[in-house]
Design a protein around this ligand. Sequence first.
Ligand code: ATP
Length: 288
Amino acid sequence: MVTAPAKINLTLDVLGKREDGYHEVKMVMTTIDLSDRLTLMKARDGGIYVASSAGAIPTDERNLAHQAALLLKREFQVKEGVRIYIEKNIPVAAGLAGGSSDAAAALKGLNQLWNLGLNFEQLAQVGARLGSDVPFVLYGGTSLATGRGEVLTPLPSPPPSWVVLAKPPIGVSTSEVYGKLRLDQIKERPDHERMLRALAEKDFSGVVASMGNVLETVTFTLYPEVKKLKERMIRFGGEGVLMSGSGPTIYTLVRHESRAFRVYNALRGFCKEVYMVRLTGRREIGVA
Ligand code: ATP
């Protein structure tokens, strides 16, 4: 079994549009203890079969774990096939990189199942072709991501904290949000220098003070209920409150368990999908 952790953005800044159509980003991401679980078994007939506990995601070639298997199979001329079962716990189209994490977990699992002997760097290179967030979730932990999100600089993990997340009952299209972003109208950008200092010093207040996501205004305009959810989370006692990725998930970091529990319980009255988890902290290194 391979775990596929979700990520949250502590920061997300968009610096410009590249010639290849992607946006140049700068973001600090960290993995959290909310994970899908993938079980992989050999399929002797050479086929790739994906099944999932969630009805909402495709299981054919559109599934990112399927795409990961197909890419590895072609690249390394693998004769065997695979049956992948995804126990889906990460909300879908939520800004938590669920699909990317399933792809990363599939790469790790298949590396073992098919005896490919690839290291993390090689897997990350394959992963980057599947999605910009795949290399990050492959390693996990905390990183500064630049380029289109695939250039990673490992960072110290944030000080221990609870994370309370709430996902309104809407799915957000990442490409629509990026498409509607007007770079010349960004007023406030996250303070990366301060964030990096705060992480190095394990300074919780510094981390909270430097969180920021330039996509919030776009998603808030498209879906005003996401903005309301953020305001509500602040009222309920959240410390650093931010939208993750392109949304619509809003999360808060809370230092103390009792306070996190209060925020969690208060939110459950308004939102069906609420989670209270911890940061995972560790980055994976060495042999994949
Ligand atoms: P990101 O934060 O990387 O933009 P996200 O969390 O917003 O991602 P995902 O949950 O990865 O979004 O889902 C985005 C789309 O990808 C969904 O519409 C879904 O149909 C498709 N998808 C393909 N494979 C998967 C998978 N294994 N799990 C979830 N969604 C998948």
